[in-house]
Design a protein around this ligand. Structure first.
Ligand code: C2G
Length: 132
């Protein structure tokens, strides 16, 4: 069984996230998603609209996702890969090169980001509608 692993906040889930998760799952047989805790988001200077619990619930409902684990620090990736017997690590290419150190432990693939959508864009667009 080929196991795939990816990381993210996945707030205000949108089709760019789904495109990433689908392509990640298509690379193997099992997809684990490490979702950033609210505390880790603070370290990433990200404020989620949905709580960790609710973002986890949403992710667990996606057909491409087999398992969801918490991401609470920058330094857990090697142990996550080893402890979960991961074959392929996947991230959007906005992270290209940042996780190449994992190549000693698994295949590392950066997938093209989906253009035209982001959680930030959703927030900004809604704000401009609200403000007229
Ligand atoms: N993504 C994408 N296309 C978009 C938006 C996001 O392919 N239009 C991808 C990102 O490249 C990432 C994943 O979806 O691989 C999750 O995006 P975020 O929730 O923004 O994740 P991020 O905050 O970048 O967290 O340790 C790694 C971090 O936790 C990554």
């Amino acid at each position: 069984m080929k196991k795939v692993l990816t990381y993210g906040t996945f707030d205000l889930l949108h089709w760019g996230h789904i495109n990433l998760l689908k392509r990640a799952k298509d690379l193997g047989d099992h997809l684990t998603v490490a979702i950033s805790t609210d505390e880790f988001n603070a370290i990433k200077n990200k404020k989620s609209y949905h709580s960790f619990e609710n973002r986890k619930l949403i992710l667990e409902s996606i057909r491409y996702v087999d398992e969801v684990i918490p991401e609470d620090n920058w330094d857990q990736k090697i142990s996550d890969v080893v402890d979960n017997n991961i074959d392929i690590f996947v991230m959007g290419d906005d992270w290209k090169g940042k996780f190449d150190f994992l190549k000693d432990y698994c295949e590392v693939i950066y997938l093209p980001r989906t253009v035209g959508i982001s959680t930030t864009k959703i927030k900004d667009d809604l704000l401009s509608v609200k403000n007229g």
